[in-house]
Design a protein. Sequence first.
Length: 214
Amino acid sequence: MEILSSVISVIALIVSLFTAWFTMLRKGTVKSTHPSFIAIRYDFVSKRHPQAKVFLRSCLYSTSKRGIVVENLFLNVIHDGKSEEFSFWGYGEKDLSRGSGLFVGENGVVTNHHFNPLNANELYAFNPGIYKIELMAKLVGRKSLLCLSKISLEVPKGAFEEGVTDNIAIYYNWSPLEQKYIASIEDRNEQLSGFLESSANNHFHPTQKDARVK
C-alpha cells in the first residue's frame, strides 16, 4: 500500500508540474485563421504617389495561456520573383490604430488589418498575375520572424489597367467549399450610382388624396 501511495503521489506531482508548465511557463506561439476576406486597392493620401493597400480580416490567437504580444505584423508580397515589404500596418474595425504592438490572448483577436508598402516614394503597381502573400509576425522577445499564413491571389485583367483610382478595388472572398478565393472587381462609383438610381425609383410619391391632407 505504501508503494502504491508513493506511485500515486509521484503521478499527481508530475500532473501538477505539467499543468503549471502548460498554463504558466509555456511560451506558445501565435497563429492565424485563414483570412475570410482580402481586398486590394489604393489610398490617396498626402504622398507623392497613391499608396497600394492590402486589407484582410482574420483571427489571431495564442497557443499560450498567458498570451503573447505581437510587436509587428507585416506582409511579404511576391510577384514575378520580386518581393515587396508591406509593413505600414494599421488595425481596427472603423477607426484605425497604427500597429505598434498587439496583445493576443488564447481567445483570439478578430479585427481588420491594413497594410501599405514601407517604401512610400514609389508607386507599387498591382499588375495582372499571381501574387504570393505571406502574413508575417515579429513576437516580443523572439528573434526569428513567424509566418502566420501563405496566400495565393490572382489579380485579374482590367482591374487597374486604365489607371489607378480611389474607387476601384479587388475583393477576394474565401470559399470553404472550393478552397479558393473568389475575386471580384468593385467600382464604388457604380455602386453609388446604382444606389442613387434605386433610391430615386423607390422614392415615395404621394397620391392626390395624400397631397390634399393637411
